[in-house]
Design a protein around this ligand. Sequence first.
Ligand code: FAD
Length: 372
Amino acid sequence: MTPRVIVVGAGAIGCALADELTRRSAAVTIIDAAVPLSGASAATFAWVNAYDKSPTTYRDLNLRGIDAHSRRSQRMQDDIRWFHQTGTLQLARTDTDFAALHEQIKRHQEWGIAVRPLTRTDVMNIEPRLSSTATLGGALFPDEGWIDVETMCNHFLGRAQAAGAAFHPFQTVIDIDIRNATVTTRSTDGDVHRHEGDVVVLAAGNGTRDILAAAEIELPITDPGAKDSLGIICTTGSVPRGITHVLRASGIALRPSRNAGITLTDHPTGAVWDVDDPQIWTVPGLLMQRARSLYPFLRDVSIESISLGRRVLPNDGLTIADWVGRDSSVYAVATHSGITLSSYLAEAVTSEILLGTRDHSLREFGMDRFAP
Ligand SMILES: Cc1cc2nc3c(=O)[nH]c(=O)nc-3n(C[C@H](O)[C@H](O)[C@H](O)COP(=O)(O)OP(=O)(O)OC[C@H]3O[C@@H](n4cnc5c(N)ncnc54)[C@H](O)[C@@H]3O)c2cc1C
């Protein structure tokens, strides 16, 4: 019998899941409260990495994430290329940075992660528009890169729909029956609908917390209103001959963007202010100032768009991918680093749902680790 799977949420995780479930012959219905990419996936830095991640099981999960994107992406035609495996260039700007980077290189090599130490000349050769005074040297992580999230999600969702999946935008899940795989939605015009399946997968990002709360189940994720969950992503207008790599230095991270501009962020800087504090709007200027100290040609370039995003943060920082309660027909995926993990989680979660056995790579990421 073809299993009927309802996927709630059309972010990076939901779109990747819908594609994989459909590809493996499930009958899929996708529901979103708004349009695709209305949550964290719309305001993400989208850096694909396993950088300094711990514990080992979580690092391995992220390495599987990089590998899955790489495999899938190689099967794509050029016009729908979404994984840009540019490598990450980590810069050292001071002697202290340099000593810390040396330790990081050693640690990553011990973990079996590809990384190459670079002299200042090496750095200038691979990123020639960088200011020659900006760095003492660096490290290249060649397997990493960034995702064009919009192209990836459009591709996954489009392919799922072409294979028969139904997509219902503007329907908010307001109730869930976890024994009978049924969700109740309210559309923007107030109509209430019931959707019945054999399995419901909750991939609604921070929204999953509210959906489960309606069934009196607590999802152990950080309150999305908390300061630490907030991030600011800025993108410049198009920059001819911009930058090549994902580039990270103290106080700033940059990467090429889908509009041929440059996307900027910095986690600690973006998470200092409350969202309604006017001081938050000093962050884009600060990031641009730091970017210009690395790339003087950015003097004449300005920021074209700013997005505020709320991270999906399980209480221990690690992924949640598990059935919700015993004998339940509801599966929940809630994770930070969801861009890195999307293709792999789609494969592993689909196997769990269709085969009914726990995937060994997800064993450490169950709900039971939060049990008192
Ligand atoms: C500032 C920032 C920077 C980040 N940087 C990186 C990075 O560099 N690399 C990386 O790998 N990850 C990064 N992340 C994390 C990553 O973006 C997220 O883990 C990922 O986007 C989560 O995707 P998702 O599909 O689970 O959730 P979301 O993208 O939030 O999607 C959830 C969807 O569910 C829908 N929804 C919500 N509630 C309901 C409801 N009740 N009914 C129906 N639909 C509902 C929403 O409309 C939304 O479309 C970053 C996140 C932020 C915020």
